[in-house]
Ligand binder design. Structure first.
Ligand code: GLN
Length: 283
């Protein structure tokens, strides 16, 4: 069997198991196993695939056929051009979140030595990207990150190490492990925001394999926006900025929460798919 034939049968197998983007995933799994770039693959497509590789490919396809997320099988996900380790203890970094980070980076430009806090850090992808890109333009930056989950923090710490980001990690419930003596210029969060009853209807990759605590925003999905927006006022420096990732239909609710609490210039912005995704305002 050639690489090309292996890929074709991989696509057919995933399609049979209703995996979305069967072509993309079948190819990613094959490239991963063969340690091929896409260019390598094109050069080798009519070569014989070694038998052990073919057998391993079948095993990975079976996992993907059971709707285990591609990123969990491969063990990593790219985000903002950096590579992040992922497993079932953290939410996989998502493309939508890159829009949030890009806006946050631009907003952070106005602080001289930005002190940044990332709440519900998960894999650490937001905190680490902020550190990575701000470090290139600022003399001094500080990034702290909090998560409730000890296991998520283990992943985040490995990601910080592999991406050479110097971040203070704290375990605890939102602001609980912090002191109000340290004020931040920017607080960013991608909190759990899916309404509880919606979770059962999500795709199996998310519903069955990603941590529910990272998704569940309580009855109306807004619990963490209320809690964080209220408490953030004690931790933001004057003129400081609160930046959120929000669900596609939460723009109005989140801007209302922020406006009622006195945040200024509250804005809602869209991601690349034209869904409301970013909310921010200033103290
Ligand atoms: N965007 C994620 C999803 O659609 C949810 C992220 C979150 O709850 N913070 O699955």
């Amino acid at each position: 069997m050639t690489y090309d034939e292996a890929l074709k049968s991989g696509i057919a197998y995933l399609e049979k198991h209703s995996v979305p983007n069967a072509h993309f995933d079948a190819e990613e799994l094959l490239l991963y196993l063969a340690k091929f770039s896409k260019a390598d693959f094109l050069m080798h497509r009519i070569d014989e695939i070694p038998e052990n590789l073919e057998n391993d490919y079948v095993l990975l396809l079976e996992q993907r056929g059971q709707r285990i997320p591609l990123q969990h099988i491969i063990g990593e996900q790219d985000f903002m051009g950096l590579t992040f380790l992922v497993n079932s203890d953290v939410l996989c970094p998502r493309l939508d979140t890159e829009s949030v980070v890009e806006r946050a980076l631009q907003l952070a430009g106005k602080y001289e030595n930005p002190k940044i806090l990332d709440l519900c850090t998960g894999s650490g992808c937001i905190a680490i990207s902020m550190y990575h890109f701000l470090k290139q333009e600022k003399k001094k930056i500080s990034v702290d990150a909090v998560d409730l989950s000890e296991k998520a923090l283990e992943v985040a710490k490995k990601n910080a190490f592999s991406n050479r980001a110097y971040i203070e990690f704290y375990q605890g419930d939102l602001f609980e492990p912090l002191t109000t003596e340290k004020k931040y210029d920017m607080i960013i969060s991608n909190p759990p925001y899916i309404p509880s009853r919606v979770i059962d209807g999500l795709m199996p990759e998310v519903r069955d394999h990603e941590p529910r605590t990272a998704l569940d925003g309580d009855e109306d999905g807004l619990k963490f926006y209320r809690l964080i927006s209220e408490q953030a006022k004690n931790y933001l420096a004057p003129g400081g900025c609160l930046v959120y990732e929000i669900g596609f239909n939460q723009g109005e609710d989140v801007s209302e929460i922020m406006n009622e609490l006195g945040y200024k210039n509250v804005s809602i912005e869209k991601d690349l798919a034209q869904n409301d995704r970013i909310a921010y305002g200033f103290l």
